[in-house]
Write a protein that binds this ligand. Structure first.
Ligand code: ZN
Length: 409
């Protein structure tokens, strides 16, 4: 079965550099007929003009299109029109819709929908929106994706509205952090853990369960505001969002099944690289490294084992952190990646509503074309029928050959 690959064009300057028809020809040549655009910016400036009256209820002012960028905006507009004329699907990924601050800040829920109404004035042909995330942090290293957030006033207010006692939630997350720094030693021997072990942990700590329930409610409230707006403009327009892998998703406030009632499809991230922004190996590395730092005496193999117990994720053959720099072995795709894909299907059911993002790096150690081939084969083996490729301007000739073969096989 051929894969239906959608192409992310993250650097929209490509339309000026190559011309829309050249790009669309190339994509059509490998059987790709849907593009995902974003970020809609030229450098640090927005790529479309604002409609001020749409923001009357917002404190945030939309950024102005620089006068010198008007011809560039028109080129982008023509590219979208050309894609539609050629029967390409066109989706937006980042249309500069995010106001600063926490997702529970009411201003974000005013500004984002206003921005969504605005962008379709410039690009009326778009078929839908694919939100990047949104998500809560899921890492314990003090980095950009901090699990132990957020206690801002907006979160406290929202929690009270929804009937949570925020102080209980905040104590529970502090307790979780504390316990991760006091792992102690386990009796020797491997233990397998299952669903009931998770239930046991939640029964003993209901505040922690509420902490994650609150995060999940927050995500659904935010995504729902975008979905309502997009559909109020045009009921056929699609709305999607981008969770992490099933293993990480619950920490980020994602429940695939509940979100399926809000969005049309979901785009979990099949990101597996080392270091950089949020590849699986990088996340496993940072979790294990931090557990070692917080638990003096914990060895790297023990820390990797603890991470495996928590997430059911491991890299076959990796016995220490330095081993994670090596390319992923075939067993990783056959066991771990396939298991994550199967979990997506278990949680979402309908494969047409699973369109994972797939990329080779985002900073960090770039995966090679051999790993790409393995990954795409695993996606097919797992029964998925479509994915979004990150990203057009990043592809090597060797990557193109791999994609072409898979799409046409
Ligand atoms: Zn907050």
């Amino acid at each position: 079965m051929a894969l239906d690959i959608w192409m992310f064009i993250g650097l929209i300057d490509a339309f000026e550099e190559e011309g829309a028809d050249h790009i669309l020809d190339r994509l059509e040549g490998v059987g790709i007929d849907t593009i995902v655009l974003g970020d809609l910016r030229f450098g640090s400036s927005p790529a479309y003009p604002p409609t001020p009256e749409l923001y009357s209820g917002c404190e945030t002012r939309p950024p102005e299109l620089a006068p010198g960028d008007v011809p560039r905006f028109e080129t982008l507009q023509r590219a979208v029109e050309r894609a539609k004329d050629r029967n390409f699907g066109v989706y937006l990924h980042d249309w500069l819709q995010s106001a600063p601050g926490c997702i529970n800040d009411p201003e974000k829920l005013r500004y984002g929908p206003a921005r969504t109404r605005d962008v379709v004035r410039s690009f009326p042909g778009v078929d839908g929106f694919i939100l990047d995330g949104p998500e809560w942090g899921y890492e314990i290293a003090p980095n950009r994706s901090n699990l132990f957030r957020c206690d801002c006033d907006c979160c406290r207010t929202r929690a009270a509205e929804w009937g949570y006692d925020f102080d209980v939630l905040w104590q529970a997350q502090a307790g979780l952090k504390d316990s991760l720094g006091n792992l102690g030693s386990l009796p020797p021997g491997r233990r397998e853990r299952g669903l009931i072990d998770g239930l046991d942990a939640l029964i003993s700590n209901p505040g922690l369960f509420d902490w994650f329930r609150f995060k999940t409610d927050s995500i659904e409230n935010y995504v729902g505001a975008f979905a309502d707006t997009a559909r109020s403009l045009e009921p056929a327009r699609k709305v999607a969002c981008g969770p992490r892998l099933p293993a990480f998703a619950p920490l980020t406030g994602y429940n695939f099944g509940r979100l399926a009632e809000i969005v049309d499809f979901q785009c979990p991230k099949l990101y597996f690289w080392q270091h950089g922004i949020d590849g699986l190996k990088g996340t496993v590395y940072r979790w294990a490294e931090t557990l070692c730092a917080w638990n003096p005496g914990l060895t790297e193999p023990e820390a990797l084992d603890r991470v495996r117990e928590l997430f059911a994720l491991w890299v076959p053959g990796a016995g220490c952190l330095a081993d994670l720099d090596a390319p992923l072995p075939p067993e990783f795709f056959e066991q771990v990646a396939l298991s994550e894909i199967n979990k997506m299907r278990e949680r979402l059911g309908d494969v047409s509503r699973i369109r994972p993002w797939m990329g080779l790096h985002h900073g960090g150690v770039r995966m090679d074309s051999g790993e790409l081939e393995h990954l795409l084969q695993t996606v097919e083996q797992g029964g998925l029928t479509t994915l979004i490729y990150w990203h057009y301007s990043d592809m090597t000739e060797s990557d193109w050959r791999v994609v072409q073969e898979l799409v046409r096989s």
